[in-house]
Write a protein that binds this ligand. Structure first.
Ligand code: HEM
Length: 239
C-alpha cells in the first residue's frame, strides 16, 4: 500500500465536504424568490420549517460558513508549506493538450463505453496521469477559486450587515457569491460521482478514509506519480 492522503488532509476533506453540502443546501433555501429559486418552493419551506424560519436559516448559514473559514485558516496556518502548497502545485500542473484528451476519452468511456468507441475507430487509451488526473485537477481548481470567492464575499456581506459598505458593493458580493456557488453546484455532483460512484474508483474512495491506496491501483491510475515515487525502479529490481 502507498500513502496517498495524510490524516489532516482527510479530516479537512470530510469536514470541508460536510460544511460545503450544508452551505449549498441552505444557500439554495435562502433564495426565497420564485425567479431565482433553483430547486423548488418546497425546498425553501422544508429548511425554514427545520430550523424555525428564514432569519434562523440565514444565521445557521453564516455560522457554518464562519466555522468553515476558521477551519481553513487554522489548517493553512499549520499546514501551508507541508500540504497546501504541494496540493496547489499538483492541481495547477496542467497540460492542456493531454488533459483535454483525458477528459474527452474518460467522458466517452463512461457514457458510450469503450466498445462503441472502438467501433467508431476512436482511441480508448487514457494519457498517463500523475497524482491527480485531469478531471480531478479541474474540479480542484474550481473548488479552490470558488472557495476564495465565497469566503471573501461572505465575510464582506457579514460586515455589511452592520451598515458598512455601499449598495453597489453588496450587489457585487451577492453576484460573485451566487456565481461561485452555482459553479460548484455543477462541479460537485460530477466530483462525487467520479470519486465515489464511477466504476473502478473504490480504492480511491477508500483512500479518503484510510489514507492508503494499493500499489497496483496507483500503477494503473497514476503511473506518473508511481514513477515519481521510484516504485517502477523497485518493480524492475524485483523482476
Ligand atoms: C460526499 C461528498 C464527497 C465525496 C464522496 C468525495 C470523495 C472524494 C475522494 C474519494 C477523493 C480522493 C480522490 C483520490 O484520492 O484520487 C476526493 C478528493 C477531493 N475532494 Fe472530494 N468528495 C466529496 C465532497 C467534496 C466537496 C464538497 C469538495 C469541495 C468543495 C471536495 C473537494 C475535493 C478535493 C479538493 C479533493 C482533492 C483533495 C486531496 O486529495 O486531499 N470533495 N474526494
Amino acid at each position: 500500500m502507498i500513502r496517498r492522503h495524510s490524516r489532516s488532509a482527510i479530516f479537512m476533506h470530510w469536514s470541508n465536504a460536510l460544511c460545503w453540502l450544508f452551505l449549498l443546501f441552505t444557500g439554495f433555501a435562502l433564495l426565497d424568490n420564485p425567479y431565482m429559486q433553483p430547486v423548488s418552493q418546497g425546498w425553501v419551506d422544508f429548511w425554514n420549517g427545520l430550523v424555525g424560519g428564514p432569519y434562523r436559516l440565514l444565521n445557521a448559514h453564516v455560522i457554518v460558513g464562519g466555522v468553515w473559514v476558521m477551519l481553513y485558516t487554522v489548517y493553512l496556518l499549520f499546514r501551508f508549506k507541508g500540504e497546501a502548497l504541494p496540493f496547489l502545485k499538483e492541481i495547477t500542473d496542467l497540460h492542456p493538450a493531454s488533459d483535454m484528451v483525458w477528459c474527452m476519452r474518460k467522458g466517452l468511456r463512461l457514457t458510450i463505453g469503450e466498445k462503441a468507441m472502438r467501433k467508431m475507430g476512436m482511441e480508448t487509451e487514457l494519457p498517463a496521469q500523475s497524482f491527480y488526473n485531469a478531471g480531478q485537477k479541474l474540479a480542484a481548481v474550481a473548488a479552490v477559486l470558488s472557495s476564495l470567492g465565497l469566503a471573501v464575499t461572505g465575510i464582506l456581506m457579514v460586515h455589511m450587515a452592520g451598515d458598512a459598505g455601499t449598495e453597489e458593493l453588496l450587489q457585487w458580493c451577492l453576484f460573485v457569491h451566487f456565481l461561485c456557488a452555482g459553479l460548484m453546484a455543477i462541479v460537485l455532483p460530477i466530483h462525487i460521482y467520479m470519486a465515489a460512484l464511477a466504476p473502478g474508483e473504490g480504492p480511491a474512495l477508500r483512500s479518503m478514509f484510510t489514507g492508503f491506496v494499493p500499489k497496483a491501483f496507483a500503477k494503473v491510475h497514476n503511473p506518473l506519480w508511481y514513477r515519481k515515487l521510484g516504485l517502477d525502479r523497485q518493480d524492475g529490481a524485483a523482476d
